[in-house]
Structure formats: C-alpha cells, structure tokens
Write a protein that binds this ligand. Structure first.
Ligand SMILES: [Zn+2]
Ligand SMILES: [Zn+2]
Length: 920
C-alpha cells in the first residue's frame, strides 16, 4: 500500500486527465504569467496505475507488479514459500480491494489497481526522517545501516517546525538591474513605507536611492572597495541616526578573509580615485565621438525610429539624420582643435599608446559619421529578425487551416510584436531601456559608458510583456549557452534558440586553428602558428568550426529532469586563447622584457601585448557525447529535430572575443614543468598585483596557456576600459620585485627571515592563494612551492627588450646606426646607456610626411631627437632646421634638440618623461 502511495497510484479526482485539462484552462484564464503553468509541459502529473501480473505488456501505461518487478522481487524475498506468485498477488489484491483499501479496475482488458484516496490518513511529521523503504534497498534492512542512518538536518527541522511560523507573513523581494524599472520603483516605494520589510539588493542600490529610517544593512559579502563599502553602508542611519551595519566575511572568499583580518582598511579605508586606461584606443575614441556628437545638430528624444528608416528593408539612417551628422569643414576644424586640447591634457597616458599617431584625431573625427551608422548594425539585426518572424507567422496565419499551426503562429506574431516594441521603446520607460538610443550607443562602445558592459549578449525572456536581459560577452557565452537554464524573477527559462540575422547564422561562422603549443588563436587557413611558428597539424593544433555567440531566446520551464540538472552542474568545457594585434611593418604589437638578477639567466620572461584579442570558446557540455552544439543555421534552433526543422544544420562551437591588454609571463623551465608550481605562481603574482595596484579581484583575470617551453601564465585586464597596470610590468624596472615582495608577505612568509608565519596553512588558504574563482585549481595550489622564486624575484630588475634585443644588444645596435661623422650622436647614446636611461626605439628613422630623418626616435611618445653639432649654427642650416622642426610639431611630434655646446646630463635630465631617470 505504501508503494502505491509513493508511486502516486491513487484514485482521486485531481489526478485524472480530464479534470487536469479543465483546471489548466481555468488557470490560463485567470492566473498571471508568473504563477501559470509551464507552456512547454504537455501534461500535469496524472495518477499512476499498478498493472497486475501476467497481462499483455505495453497496452496500457503503468507500473508492473510482475514477478520480476521491484515489488515482485521484494515479495519473493520476504515470502520465499510462495509457489504461484501471480495467483498470490491476485488474492492479495482482491482481499485489499474487498476491504475498500484498493480499487481494482480495467482498461482495454488490462487489470490494474490504485489506492483509494479516501483511506489515506494525513499526519504531521515528527521531524524524523522517513523509515527506510525495504522495497528499494536491501541494505536498508541491515541493522548496520539502520544504526548509522542519517539524522534529520537540525536547521530544517527547526525551520519547518517552529521558525517558519514567525516568517509566515514576511515578504522579501529583489532589487537588481534586471528588474523592470517600474517594478523596482514600486518595490522601493513599498520598502520606504515599511510595507515591504526586506529587500535583497544588488549594487544597483549603491547609488542614489534614498530610503528614510533604514536601521539595518546586511552585506552578504565584503564589497570590492572602501568606496562601495561607504556607499552601501551609507544607505542606513541618515541624518545622524544610529544604524547597524553587518558585513559577512565568507570563508570561501579570499577577498572577504583578507579584509576580515584588516577590517579597518575596508571600514575606514582610503577611497581610491577611479582609474581607467588612457592608452585604450576604444575608450579614447568613444570620448572623441562624444565631443563630435555634441557638435552635431541632432536631438534624440526617445527611440530608434527617430533615427532609422524603419519602413525600408536595410534600416538606413534617415536622410535628415544623415544630413545632420555631416559637419562642415569649418565645424570639423573647430572640433579637431577642441579634441587636440582635450588630448593634450592626457598626454601622459597617450604617450604610451602606440596606436596614437599624429593624424589619429582627425581620422577619427572624419570617420565618425560612418562609425555612428555602423553602431546601429547589431540593433538592425535584432529588429530585422523580429520583423521576419512577424511576417512569416502572419503568412502562416493567412494560409494555414491546421489548428495547432494557427495557435503557434499567433504566439509567434505576439512575441514578434512585443520584441519590436521593446526595440523601439514603444510603451516602455526610455531611460531604463537597453534600446534608449544614448544608452544603446554607449553599450555599443560608440559613446563612453562605464556602468554597463560594452557589446553585451542579450537574451529574450517571454515574461509578461517580454524582456531583454544582457550580460557581458565573456559571461554570456556560458550563462546564455545552448540548453542552459536562466533563473530570472523566480522562474526558470531554457535557452532554446538563437536570434538569426536575415540569411541565417552562416555569416557568423568561421574556422580557427588553436595552437596546442602556445595557446595562440590562428585563423583556419594558416599553416604556421603566428606566435610560436609551429607547423599546425592535427597533433599540434585543434581545428574548430566556430560561431560567434549570437543573442538568444528562451522559453519558460517549470521542471527540469535529473539529467539536465546533472549536466548543468558539470557545466561547459571552455578555453581561453589569445592573438596579438598587428603593428607596423608586419610586426606584432608586443613589448618584451626579461626579469631577473642576471640578464643571461632571467627568472621570467614577460610579453606585454596591447590591444590584443582575447577569445573564449565554449566547446560543449562537459562529458557530452560530442563536442560543439548542433544548430539549425536557418532559424537558430538549438538541437533541432531533423523532421520538424527544415534548414541547414551544423555542429559548431561558440566563441566570444574582446580587445584587451595582455601580459604573458613565462617562468623558468622547472616551474613550467610543474603544474602545481605554475598554478601557485599564477595566483601568487595575481594576489601581489591586486594588492599592489589596489584593483579588485574581478578587474584582473588569468589563465595558464600553452605547453612545453611555451607554457605561460596569461593575465588580462578584465575591467571595462582596462586598468592600465599590466603595461607597467614590462616598463618599470623594479615593479616585478615589488609585486613579488607583496605576494611573499601575502603567502605568510616573513620578508626578512623567510620564516613561515602561519604554519597552519599547510598548502594554501583563503587568506593567501585560494579564492572562490579559482576553485578548480585548489588542489594544485601550494604556497611553499613558490617561496624561493618569489624571494629571488624580490631582487630582480626588469629589462625591456627591443624587437627581441635586450638592453645591451639594443645599445650596440643603435650605436652601429649612428652617423660616423657625428661624435655627438655617439656621446648621447653612450650617456643614456651609462646612466641606464630609456634607449630610443629607432635611429635614423625617416618621417615621410615632413621629409626629414631625426637622429633618434622614441615611438611611444613620438619624440624626435636631433643631435645638433656645430654645423647647425650656420644661418642657412638654422633656417632649414627651424622649418622642419615647426612642421614636425604641427604634425603632432615632439622635438628634442641636444646641442654640442651644452652639458649632456643637464639637457637629458630636462626630459625625464622621455629618457627616464638616471639609475646609476
Ligand atoms: Zn603557437
Ligand atoms: Zn594561507
């Protein structure tokens, strides 16, 4: 009988199919989306049936009671004397039925039984676990098992039996950026008025929202910086009223544990001014665009339909807009002038930027109208996809007489209209919408914007009027991955389809060869790795078919199966790859340096790559049968059913990419070879950098890449806009040393004696190497393995290399290029070398636009150095020099003149920003 109960083989009205259909109709009629039934779920759960033995199988669905079934085996085990099992079961069932406990019934000639709901007795539990079920487990009846049987979880026993009663009427709601603006305001209002006692907030609450009489703020972890701590705690106790701030330091978070020991650094810590990387071209360009936009006579009130011609297929800019954004030559000149003044103010940041050429500003401003137009391309794709869906579904409505098709078409029409409304801000609050034009232009990177991600991936959620939610690309590639589940506003949504641009997803396809040797991302048609020069074949590289991660669509899901749950728990298999930007003359944009006490035996090699491409590839579910995802390229369906989904299909891996400043750190062979030492060094240096530069854990990221002697640690600046710290590691002579000291201390070693100050930390703990984000590496991390290399790094010097030449070699190379007639050039170079200052990047470089050849050139700050001997004192030469040098300055170059008749050291010391400080 208990088996019947557990199987839900119960005769009761609410478990009957007809009753449930009626119920569903009534629910659809009167209950809103949030509490409604799952659309994808065909039926509610109906009563089970237990089929009597010796009957044709498969005719009627149900659970068998045959001799080999679970129940059968149990009965024969307990009653070994039964001679005829089937007859025994029949007799048993008849007796139970005659007493009104079971109901015996027949369908299509098959006999089955169910428990009569009327005989169930409902009792409250005693807070003890249910007794073991001997049908399911033989072990369950062994005395040993019974003795060690688990006790009920005390917390939940307490919660359900007592605590829950006091929480009965307590309501708590979320307050995050993903909640509709109107809902958020309503929640704020209710919270302010005391009607809503509890609000769970994301950092959206940090800024600007004022709530009176707030007495308690509970932070569920330590905020990233003292600035955000001040903001969050400042929500409570306004106007001098006392308030209680509780902050929870999670045991699993290195950040939390670090500040748990150093509370005053968080609670009363210094607020660091915000930092952005001024050598980041995208960022500077966005600000120049903002300047341009202020000169353009264009007003945007509300929606994209003021800018784009929505009636035309290709959604071009409106003629009036096109006219407005073309500046007259005069206005453009004026704009260039203002731009130059602004850029002059950040000359220090720009001088490090190798993309910044004298004509960059003008080029950017002249190209701005085109860039403005292109910024709408991603929006156009979404809008066209919604329009195509609308037209196709309307065509089906007009031509189909199949009821199911009509119903589906109607749903698709409604969905497409909702999507188009969201895209044009029809009926939504403009400033809150992702598609409010200003906000959209910032998220596309055309205008500056720091509080939301650039070029996010969006997912459509069919909730109420429909919603788009967006995430940064590098998170979206897994969070919005195929078949994943998204939890949003208390419901589950299943990613089941990608948005397709007109013509399908084919245009987003590409191929690549991922180098196994160094981790480099090569396009699919090259034969040699662009970084390590390895010949790329099946053993040295992985050839992949890729799809750039599109925007996604979801459907609502009520339940998930165990298989799905298990798959989601395991997650996707992903990998990180990199590619250097192309520089001038076919060279790659990298700056190399060696770090060590002795130049011939460096402890580390470091390669800085500005504006490099970083790739993240989603290869598919871990433990899945195939790599990649089966996709329908025509309609974007994920795991399409071959019969019902016409169109070309392909198995593809997904990727996202971004432009980032990268630093590759390649340690000595002993560390490269030892995975534990390499991982430990990775996080030791990362902790050192975080602390030294005061950056948040999320602003720097790292990964180990490559194999053999190309095995390296890859660091990148994950913060939006970059933080501009990695470059300094190859440029400043003692920065690695300083970071190694910080790291050594963080790893509990005394800096003077190297004594272990926390012997309890056997390998690593949350105060040193461990953090929530490096969980998968925890078994590798051991602080003792890197003590000696960190200690050696403390007395190291960083020496930049020029095109693969170290300082000595570069000096000899420059000297070999000096003009044999000029004694001064050689004296100048020798002096720089002897005082260990920055050496020029080039000698005798020709500047074509001015038709001159400066003696030396510093490419970082575009400085031309002229070593003027006595010949330059002749009046004719003086005039020529004056003209050329004026032209150089007008083109944006710096001109530095070193004269033969003045003291060399005095002249050089005047330009510490070019030549650096004397170090000897
Ligand atoms: Zn390679
Ligand atoms: Zn530790």
């Amino acid at each position: 009988l208990d088996f019947c109960r557990k199987k839900l083989a119960i005769r009761v009205e609410c478990l009957r199919e007809t009753y449930q259909q009626q119920l569903r109709q009534r629910v659809n009629q009167v209950i809103n989306d949030r509490w409604n039934f799952d659309e994808s779920e065909e039926r509610l759960r109906q009563a089970e049936r237990l089929i009597l033995p010796d009957q044709p199988a498969g005719h009627v669905p149900g659970v068998s009671l045959s001799a080999r079934s679970l129940v059968g085996r149990y009965l024969r085990r307990r009653l070994p004397d039964i001679s005829d099992y089937s007859q025994f079961v029949r007799k048993l069932v008849t007796v139970l039925a005659s007493q009104g406990l079971l109901r015996l019934d027949t369908e299509r000639g098959v006999e089955y039984v169910q428990l009569d709901a009327a005989v169930l007795i409902w009792r409250t539990g005693q807070g003890e676990p249910p007794p073991p079920d001997s049908i399911y487990s033989r072990r369950a009846i062994s005395p040993l098992y019974v003795r060690v049987q688990q006790k009920a979880n005390e917390f939940f026993r307490e919660l359900y039996s007592r605590r829950a009663l006091s929480l009965r009427s307590v309501e708590g709601l979320a307050h995050t950026a993903q909640i509709h603006y109107t809902d958020r305001q309503e929640r704020e209002r209710r919270f302010r008025e005391g009607d809503l006692p509890l609000l769970f907030c994301s950092p959206t609450m940090e800024l600007g929202i004022d709530i009176r009489d707030l007495q308690l703020v509970h932070m569920r972890n330590i905020p990233p910086t003292p600035a955000s701590y001040a903001q969050r705690s400042g929500r409570a106790g306004r106007k001098g009223d006392p308030a209680l701030i509780l902050a929870y330091c999670a045991a699993g978070s290195g950040h939390d544990q670090y500040f748990f020991r150093r509370r005053e650094e968080m609670v009363a810590g210094a607020v660091r001014p915000p930092r952005i990387d001024l050598s980041n071209e995208d960022l500077v360009r966005a600000h120049i665009h903002a300047l341009w936009f202020s000169k353009v006579n264009l007003r945007i009130e509300r929606s994209m339909d003021e800018l784009l011609e929505l009636q035309l297929d290709h959604l071009p800019l409106k003629d009036s807009v096109r006219a407005a954004i073309e500046l007259s030559e005069d206005r453009l000149r004026q704009c260039i002038e203002e731009g130059r003044n602004i850029l002059d103010l950040c000359a220090d940041g720009l001088k490090e930027a190798d993309w910044f050429t004298p004509t960059w500003l003008e080029d950017t401003l002249r190209r701005a109208p085109q860039a403005f137009n292109e910024a709408f391309d991603r929006w156009r794709q979404l809008y066209r996809a919604a329009t195509i869906q609308l037209l196709e579904a309307q065509r089906i409505q007009a031509t189909s007489f199949d009821e199911r098709q009509q119903r589906e078409a109607r749903q698709r029409v409604e969905e497409a209209i909702r999507q188009r409304n969201l895209l044009t801000n029809t009926g939504t609050l403009r400033e809150e919408s992702d598609f409010y034009p200003y906000r959209y232009l910032a998220s596309e990177g055309f205008l500056p914007g720091y509080n939301f991600p650039r070029l996010p991936v969006r997912v459509y959620i069919p909730r109420e009027d429909g919603e788009f939610i967006s995430r940064p690309r590098f998170l979206a590639i897994t969070e919005f991955g195929p078949d994943n589940l998204i939890y949003h506003e208390g419901a589950k949504y299943h990613v089941h389809r990608f948005w397709t641009p007109p013509g399908g997803l084919g245009a987003r396809r590409s191929t690549a060869k991922l180098c196994n040797v160094c981790g480099y991302f090569n396009s699919g048609d090259v034969d040699r790795c662009g970084n390590c020069q390895t010949v790329l074949d099946g053993s040295t590289s992985l050839f992949v078919n890729l799809l750039e991660m599109p925007n996604a669509k979801t459907i609502r899901r009520e339940r998930i199966t165990c298989d799905e749950e298990e798959r989601i728990r395991r997650g996707y298999y992903t990998s990180i790859h990199f590619r250097f930007a192309a520089g001038t003359g076919g060279l790659l944009r990298t700056v190399e340096a060696t770090v060590g006490t002795h130049p011939a035996q460096p402890l580390l090699r470091a390669i800085f790559a500005p504006a490099a491409s970083l790739y993240k590839i989603n290869h598919g579910w871990k433990g899945g049968r195939t790599e990649g995802f089966l996709l329908n390229l025509a309609n974007g369906e994920i795991n399409p059913d071959a019969d019902q989904s016409p169109g070309e299909t392909a198995i593809l891996r997904l990727f996202v990419s971004d432009t980032e400043n990268l630093l590759l750190v390649r340690p000595q062979a002993e560390i490269q070879r030892d995975p534990r030492a390499l991982a430990s060094l990775q996080f030791a240096l990362q902790r050192g950098m975080e602390q030294h530069f005061q950056v948040e854990e999320s602003e720097l990221a790292s990964e180990r890449v490559g194999a053999g002697h190309h095995r390296a640690i890859l660091y990148w600046e994950a913060a939006e806009g970059g933080v501009g710290v990695l470059r300094r590691l190859v440029e400043e002579r003692d920065l690695f040393a300083a970071i190694a000291s910080t790291a050594l201390e963080r790893l509990h070693f005394d800096l003077a004696s190297l004594e272990d100050r926390k012997p309890d930390c056997a390998q690593a703990c949350y105060e040193c190497l461990l953090s929530y984000t490096n969980q998968l590496d925890h078994r590798l991390l051991n602080r003792r393995l890197v003590r000696d290399v960190l200690n050696a790094l403390r007395s190291s010097l960083t020496t930049p290399q020029h095109a693969g030449r170290d300082y000595e070699e570069h000096y000899r190379w420059l000297r070999s290029l000096t003009d044999s007639r000029s004694e001064l050039e050689r004296r100048f170079i020798d002096h720089l070398y002897l005082t260990r200052r920055n050496l020029p990047d080039e000698a005798q470089k020709s500047v074509a636009e001015v038709n001159t050849i400066p003696d030396f050139y510093y490419s970082g700050c575009h400085a031309c150095v002229f070593c003027d001997g006595a010949i330059h004192d002749e009046p004719a030469q003086q005039q020529r020099d004056k003209d050329v040098r004026r032209q150089l300055r007008e083109s944006g170059y710096r001109v530095i003149v070193i004269r033969y008749d003045r003291d060399l050291e005095t002249q050089i010391a005047q330009y510490p920003d070019v030549f650096g400080e004397a170090r000897r």
